[in-house]
Design a protein around this ligand. Structure first.
Ligand SMILES: [Zn+2]
Length: 223
């Protein structure tokens, strides 16, 4: 028996349609797909903006993750669809839709903004809370997303981090949550942490801080 070489990929043909009667036919087109795959692979290796994941999961639910050219709505650059939004009839499938932006960072910020809506519940957007309550509610949820969705984290992360630079001793679960809570509070501003705002106001405040949460040294401690 002869084995085909890599460059000489063969396939069997349907006896009823071809006169070759089940002979293996060499395809002339084996090289181009392999070359295309190689070029694609090289592009992936040196890509500075990681491809968005197609989904992520939170709270035992799978959410689609889509980056689109144009949002159906004129004013929004992103949309978050959770059970609340489905119940309210504003969307049909669990997920996040983000409009692709010229600046990759803007796209990442929008994605993070919509992720925060999902984590906090879209119908909670106008609920008034203190920053402490906000950070306390968000930190365990964000922690579970960071843990369970490496592709999403990679997409939101901006800088590569050398794990050999780890500066801190490993933390246990509750220390990790407290660390993230303090970090969220400091990013929200420490001027008057007891002042109440709506979730939406706090989400607005927090989403531009994505780079300061999805930062190699921070994530290194939370994983
Ligand atoms: Zn929003």
């Amino acid at each position: 028996m002869q084995y085909p070489s890599l460059w000489d990929i063969s396939y069997s043909v349907d006896r009823s349609e071809y006169p070759t009667r089940g002979e293996n036919v060499k395809t002339k087109y084996a090289l181009p797909p392999i070359a295309a795959f190689f070029i694609w692979g090289m592009g992936e290796m040196f890509s500075f903006s990681p491809r968005p994941p197609s989904s992520f999961h939170f709270n035992n639910t799978i959410f689609r993750f889509q980056v689109v050219q144009d949002m159906p709505s004129m004013e929004a650059s992103g949309e978050a669809c959770d059970q609340d939004a489905i119940t309210a009839g504003t969307c049909k499938k669990f997920g996040i839709v983000v409009e692709s932006a010229k600046e990759h960072g803007d796209e990442q910020d929008t994605a993070f903004h919509e992720l925060l809506h999902i984590l906090l519940g879209t119908n909670e957007s106008d609920v008034i809370v203190t920053r402490q309550e906000f950070a306390k509610k968000l930190s365990p949820r964000l922690l579970s997303v960071i843990r369970e969705n490496p592709a999403l984290v990679k997409y939101l992360e901006t800088e590569r981090w050398d794990s050999s630079k780890r500066l801190y001793p490993p933390m246990n679960e509750s220390e990790k949550e407290l660390f993230l809570r303090k970090r969220l509070l400091s990013l929200l501003g420490t001027d008057s942490p007891g002042n109440a705002c709506t979730y939406h106001q706090l989400i607005y405040r927090l989403s531009p801080e994505r780079k300061n949460i999805f930062r190699g040294d921070i994530l290194e401690q939370l994983r």
